[in-house]
Each structure stands twice: as structure tokens, then as C-alpha cells.
Write a protein of this length. Structure first.
Ligand code: GLY
Length: 372
């Protein structure tokens, strides 16, 4: 990294610390999701099973790693205990247990060695493994009638299976993760490097049936957050398994993503949507930046610059245009989008945008964190 970029990273890290010193007090033990009029909501009051409920404790752990300030650890640990209500609800659980417990209990165990946290992570991993469809070799998404649905996002859940195999010294979990990753590689990534959001398999025979639009603009379009889940998800699978095809898959989607973001570097919500209305998704940029940094860490020297420069360009552009460092707003990153067709969820600050933005900055600072 150039000296100029190193200075920039430190400047941003100072701004993050200043902001979180305040917002960690204001928000406290809660599950923030979307910010409206400068204040985050709290899913603890409305949906304790919501898939994003691990990101605030995750931010607290990131801040603890970066600062070693006890207050962040305490808040993270208190939220982790709250999440036990969710873990015990069972019926409310879904494929996103990876997102929820990797950034809470598993992060806690990795940092503190707390045995209770380890058990929480193991329960979440066992639950995720139980959603594996043996015929189709995929982990099913959501609950309800669509037993054949799998989604690209789930590439970010399977790291909890790699972690469980490691701590239990038992490859069962890893086998399931790799089968799911192989199925995803084969059925989700299109020849041009873009990805499908939802693939439907026949849940009895395991045969591929169809693809569905999901959170993007239309069937066959290119939901940018889906692309970024693929970039980060496949490089993580490579890191955990060293299977070359996963690195190649991550690079293929990354190369496509870098082409699509063009000179502005801030992704639209969908790369194949009409130019108007303008619907950005900074969360996709932050997630992709994390994945691109990890690709840069895992390719030969002569390739590193392509991916590291792309990550830095994305983060810098988003910071310049869309970070709010004022006291009027609790979130850092504005202009995230939940889903293209969710009119109220467009161009809003979303908690996982902040989570991945902070994670990317810490990676660039050399804080060796990999919660996934
Ligand atoms: N995992 C759901 C989303 O990306 O919105």
C-alpha cells in the first residue's frame, strides 16, 4: 500500500473510533438494522431472529480488536447472551445462523476463548448442517414451502461449518460446506462472472429446476450485493480449504464486479437495472472490498495490486461521497439498499454496510481479523 493510502486508512480509523465512542453508548445492547432520520431501529423489539442481528456485536468485536477498550467487549458479550433467546427459539432459525453467530459467539470465542461462546457457535453450526439437502448437495435457504431454494448469500454462512470442523477436529461440517460451495459454483456463477441470487432445485431428486430474481432488478439481472457475497464467500472457502477452484471463482466474480463499478467505484444496487432511478448499494461495495483485500492476500505478487487497488478505490469513493461522520447520524455509511424493489429500503444506511466498512479498514491497517 502507498504511504498516502496508509495515511488515509489511519485518518478513517480515527473517524471510526470517534463515531463509535458515541454511538456505542447511544445504541448499547440492541440489534440495529436500518437508520432513519439519523437513528437506528432496534430489531430486539420487533424480530429477534432477523438475519442482521449479529452485525452490531460484530462491530463491537471489531472495535475491541482495534482499540482493546473493554466497553466494546462488554457490550458484545451482553448482546451475545441476548441472542440465546434466538438460538433457543429453533423455529425462528434459518440459513443465516452463520451471519448471526460468526460475528457474535464465534468472534467471542476466537478472541477470548470463552467456552460458552464456543458451544453457541457449535449449536449454530449443527443447525446449519441440518439444513443440508443430501440429494441436491445444497443448504436450503429460508423456511416455508420453498424446500429447493438455495441462495448466493449462503456462501457467507458456511464459514461457521469450517470453524466447527476445526474446533471439533471432525471434517463432517467441512464436507457439507464444500459440497454446498461446489453446488453454488456450478449453478450460480454465470459464464460472464455475474451470479444468480436464487436457484431452485428439486428437493426430492436434487435436480436443478430454475433461477429466481431475488433482491435484484429482474430475472437474469445482476444484484450487486449478490456478486459481493460471492466474491467474499468464495475467497473465504479458498482460505479454509485451499481448493484452487474457489480462488478462481472468487476472482472471476471480482473481475466482473470491478468492470461493472467503472470509474465511480460505488456499486449500483443492480448492475443491469435502468440508469434511473439511481439506486446505490454501498453495502455491496463494503462487502466486496473485504473480499478483494482477501483475494489480494492470496494471489501471487504480480496480481495483488489489481485487487487491492480496487478495494481501496471503492472504500475511498464511498467514504468521500457517502460516509456521514457528523453527530446527526448514527450510521457511518449511507446509501445502502435492502432490495431493489423495496421502495423504503433504498438508499438508506444499513448496519452491515458499517460492519464490512469497518472490517475492511481494519484489514488495511493490518489488524489480522477474520471472523468468517
Ligand atoms: N442476506 C440477505 C441480503 O443480503 O440482503
Amino acid at each position: 500500500m502507498t504511504n498516502q493510502n496508509k495515511v488515509w486508512v489511519e485518518e478513517i480509523w480515527c473517524k471510526i473510533q470517534k463515531k463509535l465512542t458515541r454511538t456505542s453508548q447511544e445504541i448499547g445492547v440492541a440489534y440495529p438494522h436500518v437508520s432513519t432520520d439519523g437513528k437506528f431501529d432496534d430489531m430486539m423489539k420487533s424480530d429477534i431472529c432477523w438475519w442482521t442481528n449479529g452485525f452490531w456485536p460484530g462491530i463491537m468485536w471489531l472495535m475491541y480488536v482495534g482499540t482493546k477498550e473493554e466497553k466494546y467487549k462488554t457490550t458484545a458479550e451482553n448482546i451475545e447472551k441476548e441472542l440465546d433467546k434466538t438460538l433457543c427459539s429453533y423455529e425462528g432459525l434459518h440459513h443465516d445462523v452463520g451471519f448471526m453467530w460468526l460475528t457474535s459467539a464465534v468472534a467471542s470465542y476466537r478472541i477470548t476463548g470463552n467456552k460458552e461462546s464456543k458451544v453457541r457457535g457449535e449449536i449454530a453450526a449443527s443447525f446449519l448442517a441440518s439444513r443440508y439437502n443430501i440429494k441436491g448437495k445444497y443448504i436450503r435457504a429460508w423456511n416455508g414451502d420453498n424446500k429447493g431454494w438455495a441462495i448466493i448469500d449462503c456462501m457467507m454462512n458456511i464459514p461457521i461449518l469450517y470453524w466447527a470442523s476445526e474446533v471439533q477436529n471432525d471434517d463432517r461440517f467441512k464436507f457439507i460446506a464444500m459440497q454446498h460451495a461446489d453446488t453454488t459454483m456450478k449453478n450460480f456463477i454465470r459464464p460472464d462472472g455475474s451470479v444468480n441470487h436464487i436457484v431452485d432445485f428439486d428437493h426430492e431428486t436434487g435436480e436443478f429446476v430454475n433461477t429466481f430474481r431475488g433482491q435484484g432488478y429482474e430475472l437474469g439481472s445482476s444484484w450487486s450485493r449478490g456478486q459481493s457475497w460471492a466474491i467474499y464467500g468464495f475467497i473465504l472457502s479458498y482460505i479454509h480449504t485451499q481448493k484452487q477452484e474457489y480462488l478462481d471463482a472468487s476472482k472471476r466474480v471480482a473481475n466482473y464486479f470491478i468492470t461493472c463499478i467503472g470509474g465511480n467505484y460505488v456499486p449500483d444496487c443492480d448492475f443491469r437495472a435502468p440508469s434511473q432511478p439511481i439506486i446505490k448499494d454501498t453495502t455491496a461495495g463494503a462487502i466486496a472490498a473485504c473480499g478483494l483485500i482477501e483475494i489480494a492476500n492470496n494471489v501471487p505478487e504480480y496480481e495483488k495490486k489489481i485487487y487491492l487497488d480496487a478495494a481501496i478505490n471503492i472504500l475511498k469513493s464511498m467514504e468521500k461521497e457517502y460516509c456521514d461522520w457528523t453527530t446527526d447520524e448514527q450510521a457511518i455509511l449511507t446509501m445502502g439498499t435492502k432490495s431493489y424493489h423495496d421502495i423504503n429500503g433504498r438508499n438508506v444506511p444499513i448496519i452491515y454496510g458499517d460492519y464490512y466498512f469497518i472490517e475492511a479498514i481494519l484489514k488495511l491497517r493490518g489488524n489480522n481479523i477474520l471472523f468468517w
